[in-house]
Design a protein around this ligand. Structure first.
Ligand code: SF4
Length: 325
């Protein structure tokens, strides 16, 4: 019998709202009741346009923001409301790779200092020699030479800096890595290298990835499952292959339509509508289905009643659209 992979992360009904500046007692809801889980060795892709709340989800999971509702389980332990002192031992199990390899590294620290910092903060390595051995191994792991240790971030290209960011995240041997648009600031020629590196490390270290991206093409090659977010809510969630083969929500279909495909034959028979209009302001979201002002298939009910995320299509495929009820 094969062993079921460990559930590294589970979030249930996660919510987050920000107070509105200058408007006492008013809030904007950035994350509105998200639930999903990620197993060891699995990648969950979270996709949506800028401002849909996906980075807020990441920051809530890492407890950079305090969630206003819901539960976060890390390796089965509820960390949602742990005090900073009690959370500290769990922090090394969850690390982040940032979008911008330029601003995510402190320009005044050498690479050696950047990689030493998390080891010291988490008391890893008994002495200088042990820490140096870990740092050298981490650097070698991401394909950078040992001479890099005494250099500074500005001396590296964007792709090399992102490798250093990956080394910093993985040196603590986390169970969960939140990858917040880790390739969107890189040249196209470098993007595939970084994705392949992440896939290799995932296999070696059995890592769970939450991979955040603003378009579906980026998550295509790395995700096992995909969740599509719109205005703070999940509107569709399913296996990665299923979302490309059988997208059910009109918003997901529009995101797929927006991916440039070099061979027009691949789109034959698919008549998805293009996405038009702007994302509504989360300060004043539309009533009913939040996608209704932009939806080409809108019905009367959509303007009044919010659709629930319900099973549709293959097992595990959920979508929130009245057309599927
Ligand atoms: Fe479009 Fe209505 Fe479905 Fe919303 S519920 S996606 S408005 S058809």
């Amino acid at each position: 019998m094969t062993e079921t992979p460990e559930e590294v992360l589970a979030i249930r009904d996660l919510r987050h709202r920000f107070p509105l500046k200058g408007r006492r007692g008013s809030f904007v809801t950035a994350v509105d009741g998200l639930s999903f889980s990620i197993k060891a060795g699995e990648t969950f892709g979270l996709v949506g346009e800028s401002g849909c709340g996906k980075s807020t989800v990441a920051r809530c999971i890492l407890r950079i923001y305090e969630p206003t509702g819901g539960t976060i389980l890390l390796k089965g332990r509820d960390i949602t409301r742990l005090s900073p002192a009690k959370l500290k031992p769990h922090r090394k199990s969850m690390q982040m790779i940032f979008q911008d390899p330029y601003s995510s590294l402190n320009g005044r620290m050498s690479i050696e200092e950047i990689l030493t910092e998390p080891l010291l903060a988490n008391r890893i390595g008994k002495n200088l020699r042990e820490r140096q051995a870990l740092i050298k191994a981490a650097l070698e792991h991401v394909g950078l030479p040992q001479e890099a240790l005494c250099r500074y971030p500005h001396e590296f290209s964007g792709g090399q800096r992102q490798r250093i960011g990956i080394a910093r995240a993985l040196i603590l041997r986390p169970a969960l890595v939140v990858c917040d648009e880790p390739i969107s600031a890189l040249d196209v020629s470098i993007q595939a290298q970084v994705i392949n590196m992440l896939i290799t490390f995932q296999k070696e270290l059995n890592l769970a990835y939450l991979f955040i991206a603003h378009d579906l093409s980026m998550v295509r090659y790395i995700s096992n499952r995909v969740g599509v977010m719109y205005l703070g809510r999940l509107v569709e969630i399913c296996e990665s292959h299923e979302i490309y083969r059988n997208p059910l929500h009109p918003y997901t279909q529009a995101l797929l339509e927006a991916i440039p495909i070099p061979d027009p034959e691949l789109n034959r028979g698919k008549n998805y509508s293009r996405l038009t209009g702007e994302t509504p302001s989360p300060i004043n979201p539309p009533p009913g289905c939040p996608f209704h002002p932009r939806c080409p298939q809108v019905r009367d009910i959509c303007r009044r009643q919010p659709p629930q995320l319900i099973p549709a299509g293959e097992v595990g495929h959920l979508a929130a659209c009245h057309l599927l009820a």
